[in-house]
Every structure is written in C-alpha cells, then in structure tokens.
Design a protein around this ligand. Sequence first.
Ligand SMILES: Cc1cc2nc3c(=O)[nH]c(=O)nc-3n(C[C@H](O)[C@H](O)[C@H](O)COP(=O)(O)OP(=O)(O)OC[C@H]3O[C@@H](n4cnc5c(N)ncnc54)[C@H](O)[C@@H]3O)c2cc1C
Length: 499
Amino acid sequence: MVEIKTIQKRTVKADDVYLCDESKMPGGKAEEVFFPKNIEELSSLAAHFYSLKKPYTVFGRGTGITGASVPLEGAVISLEKMNKINDLAHCKQTGKPFLKAESGVTLTEIKTSLERFFYPVDPTEMSASIGGTVVTNASGACSFKYGATRKWIKSLKIVLPDGSVERIERGKYFADNEGIIHFSGKKIKVPQYKMPECKNAAGLYSCPGMDLIDLFIGSEGILGIVGEVEIWLEKKFPAVSFIAFFEDEQKAVDFVGILRNSDPKPEFIEYVDRLGLKMLKEKSAQDPASLNIPPLPENSEGGIFFDTAYNEGNIIEVLEKTNEIMSQATGFTGSFCAWENIEKERIKFFRHALPETVNSFISEIKREYPDIHKLGTDIAVPHENFNEMNLFSKNTIGRSGLKFVSFGHIGDSHIHFNIIPQNYDELEEGKKIYGILAAKAVELGGTVSAEHGIGKLKRKYLEIMYGSKGIEEMRKVKKCLDPEFLLNRGNMFEPGERS
Ligand SMILES: Cc1cc2nc3c(=O)[nH]c(=O)nc-3n(C[C@H](O)[C@H](O)[C@H](O)COP(=O)(O)OP(=O)(O)OC[C@H]3O[C@@H](n4cnc5c(N)ncnc54)[C@H](O)[C@@H]3O)c2cc1C
C-alpha cells in the first residue's frame, strides 16, 4: 500500500478540464483530482475511497462524447501519468505479436511506438487513452474488417472497487450454466438479455458461457479501473484508397452490398450522403484554403470510400479486381483512386472533413444560441435491416424540416445522422426525433449506441434497449463488485437502491 498523501493531487477549479468531456455536458463537480503514476498508487486510491465510502470518477483523456468521465461528486482519478509502453512481445503458443501498455497511454503513442505492426482498432479520435477505448469498446472505420476493441484484448489488469488487483487473461474465467462467474471471492451473475447482432457499445456484455474479460470490456468503467492492457497487433501492409460516386444515395447504398462480400475484403467502407457532398462542395468554394478537395464528378449525390490492402507484388491484380467490382454497380458517376501517400492523405482529409464541417456550422449557430449542440445518432442495425432504418431516419428527419447530414461506417450498417438545429425549438424537436430513431433501431434488432457508449447522456435510450429488467440485472452486477456505487457513479444507469 502506498501512503495517499504521497500521491500527486490538486484541487479542482470551477472551469477545470476534469469536469467535462467532449460532449460539453454541463454540471461537472468534484473536489480534487489525483494523478497516480502506477498500479500500486491506483489500487491504494481505490482502497482509500472504498474505506471512506467516497465516490470518484475515472478520467482517461476526456475525449468521450456521452458525459461518462464527467464527475458529479467526490474525486477524480486521472490516468494520464500511467503512460508507459512495454516492448513488443510475441505469444509463446501462437507467435502472434502483442503490446503491453498502461491504461493512460494514448492511441497516437501506441501508433508511433510501432514500426512493422499496427493496432487495428481505429476510433477517429487518436488522443483517446487505451484504457478509455477498452471500457467503451471503441471502434472505427476499420472495425468493418477487424472488429471493435473487444476482439483485440489479450488481457487486462484491473483494480477492483475495493482496491484489490486482478489480472484477467482471455480464456480464464467463464460463466457456468446458471450464468454465474466465480471471481475474486465473488459470484457474479451475468445479465440474461440478448444482445443485438451488430456492432454495439451499449450496456454490459452478455452471452451464454461468456468470458469474464468481456464483462469489463465496454463496461464504461463501472466495474473496475483498467490499469494495464495487453493488445494484439497485426503486421502493417500498404493499401489503395478509393472513392466511388453515384447519381443517387440509394445506388451508393446498393453498391455496399456488392463491396461487403468482395474479395479482397476492403479495410473499411464509409458513406457520405447528398447533403454531405453538397456541404463539402460549398465549404470548399467559400474557403479553399481550409478545405482543398478535388473537383467532384458531375451529378454525384452519394459517395462510398474504401481502402483495399495489397502485397508489394499484387497491386495491379487488386486494381483490376476493384474495377470489376465497380463495373457491377449501377448509377456510377466516377471515382478517385490513390496509392501514393500524399494522394491517400488527400482522400483521408476529404473523408474526415465532413464531421469537422458540421462542427464549424454548429459553432456559427452557437454564436447566437450558445446552448445549441448537434444531435448525432450512433445507431447500428443488422445488415438485413439497414435499408429500412436508413429510409426511416431520412424520412423522419426530412419531414420535420430540420437540417441534417448522414455519413459514416456503412460497412457495419452504422451511419451517423447529424441533426443541425438552427435554434432552441429545433433542438427540442431534434431530441424528440432522436428518441423515435432509437426506438426504431431497437425494433429492428439494433443498438442505440454502436461505438460511443451510454455514459450519462444516453441512459434513457439504454432502457429502451434492455427494459427495466435488463437495467436491474446490470445494476446487480455493479452492486456485487461495488456495493456503494462509488466508482463512475451515474454511468449507464442511476444508482437506485444501493444496499
Ligand atoms: C472527434 C471525436 C471522434 C470520435 N470518434 C470515435 C470513433 O470513431 N469511435 C469511437 O468508438 N469513439 C469515438 N469517439 C469517442 C471517444 O474518443 C471514445 O469513447 C474513447 O474511447 C474515450 O477514451 P478516453 O480516454 O478519452 O476516455 P474518457 O472520455 O476519459 O472516458 C470515457 C469513459 O471511460 C472511463 N475510463 C477511462 N479510462 C478508464 C480506465 N482506465 N478504467 C476504467 N474506466 C476508464 C471513464 O470513466 C468514462 O466512463 C470520438 C470522440 C471525438 C471527440
């Protein structure tokens, strides 16, 4: 045990960075922030708060957009000083490469530490901590080919709410026939609901015979603090980048059906709708210095981005096969293709320019209406229901007259509808529509959050998904490990009855 007074800390100020995340959720409150620099200090802090029954919130890098790391009371533990990365190692049994890192290490730091290998989980925000991405089961464009964080975790070192430290290796602890996992002297009854069969980051994980490590991945930090992570890596390879344009949005969507099953499988498949292309064209015409995009083919009303990997010897074969795939599409208006880094960066910039353009519109509106924010859906559904969800979303928002744009991870049947309210009445209308879309996603077997999680801002949507019974089952798991609900109180659900 480390003496608490030797651990670095300071008082929290009124406008402190530790009171907010990227959601800009108001109302953050805490007394002090601690900066442990290793697992021993982290575990001592947890044990200390446990003995005092003091609530506290863990802060990774604060890039979340659901208010999950926003403290409502008590203390904050920031993990930014837990930032050591070990040397690359190889699994003794399989020879597969992996990396061990403390939980405060950022994705950028992991990326730059690797030469021949890469970590395939690619959330857009690379300043996120590896621990934060584990507990949100983060994912990105490439989860189409590689899956979300869950699949890439070899082991976790967890500090439990009572301060004890446990290493959980995948394949070590499983739920029995009754759904009970025996772990650290406790009997954890895993929730019994069925999870959606699509990319998902909402609620505690559950499946028959599940591995304990999956309960902690995606738990939004309510069951324990991730202190250290071992992640699997892949060998780096070159890729060709493509954008295909279409005369209407539905033709672009239809092309994804062909592309999804193509060989070689693309690294990712991303979508931009008619309004997205229009927005980019207008922004580029107004301000070419900040958005220098290539001229788009005439009559293009939808676009699909994808990257395809190649070996040094087979780039021609990959280009020919892609040409063949594109020839099966209808309503095709043109394409861009790039394999030199500088041109690939241009395509990537074009793809990333859309969310930034939406944010710049919101900033302009905020000058007149300071509390306005965008309403971005994070819905995914099983592939067979994507068309229905997409048309429903377009028609529902379209009928309201609200301005919106849709783009994102169509390979995973997961696109973000961004509603851009122009005043407070529209903000309220947008919130109502958000709830309608969430309910429709659940009706179609999907999720209310495919990658960002629930945090404090989306709790009511979690209840739409799992019902009050499901929430109660999650609450019991929480209570088993953290009877006083001290750790990350308020994430996913209200504490409710505690003891
Ligand atoms: C511009 C932008 C783009 C984004 N794009 C994506 C995207 O493509 N895909 C995606 O999945 N997300 C995306 N996000 C959301 C965000 O980056 C992720 O949720 C990320 O995983 C959060 O990591 P963080 O370290 O910032 O965690 P924080 O925001 O600090 O915390 C998030 C939650 O994790 C908990 N936590 C953090 N570290 C630990 C730990 N070690 N142990 C226990 N609990 C912990 C916190 O208490 C909180 O509940 C985006 C965000 C922004 C701002």
